[in-house]
Design a protein around this ligand. Structure first.
Ligand SMILES: [Zn+2]
Length: 290
């Protein structure tokens, strides 16, 4: 009986149309590839499908003593003298055995979230140009972001909104911007998106830091389950006084950069929430910064 009812329910859901999350999971999963080149190809395929024209800006990267060309993928939308950057890295961590992590929580989920945000953003209504940038070689030391910040386009950047680790959970947390105007804008965006965002003074390192030295207003956003987000805050801010067990580590830190960063960890609803927040963040930053 139960089985029969479940079958009926499934049938009626299908008749009702494709659920909102259809495709999100598949899009994130398309980044699980044996090579970084495979991940780049997956990104290019999504951008082509979405009708988003892109260029690949190459740079001299690679770890110390091992030169390796990198490629930042850049989508330019709208017009303006300066740019709002919406960013996420698409490269994957190389594991100790030389294979690539699935790298879906870190960071294909964010890549898909900002592509989804692009569907809803209206660059024509913005006072800045919008650039959606998919950085390469973040896992080698923010190399793609550093190359972009140091290059000619770096001088045009008005603000950076980076997404890193947005694969599961319902609680967004952000690198509290040192720029007061962007700090206010982030809080307005959280209100507009209906999200209970947590501010992190000590947010884990990601590509936004490549722009901090130049004084560019920047932030980075992640999602985790509420409990885990608070555990991570204590872990990164309170040290020995955190009150956590001495050997305790938030789940996410034992998941990213490991063989455990697979589709089993990904919740499509989180990716979609991150995309909604990205839309509000871009709109708020566009109004707030010069
Ligand atoms: Zn990352």
């Amino acid at each position: 009986m139960r089985r029969f009812l479940t079958g009926l329910l499934a049938a009626s859901l299908c008749l009702a149309g494709v659920p909102a999350s259809a495709g999100t999971k598949e899009d994130v999963a398309s980044f699980v590839q044996p090579t970084q080149e495979g991940r780049l190809a997956a990104l290019e395929a999504l951008l082509r499908r979405e009708g988003l024209a892109y260029e690949i800006q190459t740079f001299a990267g690679g770890p110390a003593g091992k030169p390796m060309q990198g490629g930042n993928v850049v989508v330019t939308l709208g017009k303006g003298k300066r740019d709002i950057l919406l960013t996420a890295h698409y490269d994957a961590k190389v594991l100790k055995d030389g294979t690539l992590a699935g790298a879906v929580v870190d960071n294909a989920a964010s890549v898909v979230a900002i592509i989804q945000a692009a569907r809803q953003l209206k660059p024509g209504a913005m006072k800045h140009r919008l650039r959606i940038v998919f950085f390469d070689q973040e896992e080698l030391g923010l190399l793609g972001a550093k190359a972009y910040a140091a290059g000619p386009d770096g001088r045009r950047v008005a603000a950076v909104i980076n997404f890193d680790v947005n694969g599961y959970g319902d609680t967004p947390f952000f690198a509290d911007p040192t720029d007061p105007a962007l700090a206010k804008a982030v809080r307005h965006a959280c209100l507009a998106a209906g999200e209970d965002c947590l501010a992190f003074g000590a947010y884990p390192p990601s590509d936004h830091l490549a722009f901090r030295k130049a004084g560019v207003p920047e932030t980075s956003i992640s999602y985790l389950p509420a409990r885990e987000a608070h555990q991570l805050w204590l872990f990164t801010h309170a040290g020995k006084t955190s009150g956590l067990e001495p050997d305790f580590m938030p789940r996410v830190l034992g998941l990213i950069h490991t063989p455990g960063d697979t589709m089993a960890a990904v919740e499509p609803a989180t990716v979609e929430r991150a995309s909604e927040l990205a839309v509000e963040l871009v709109k708020a930053a566009d109004k707030a910064v010069k």
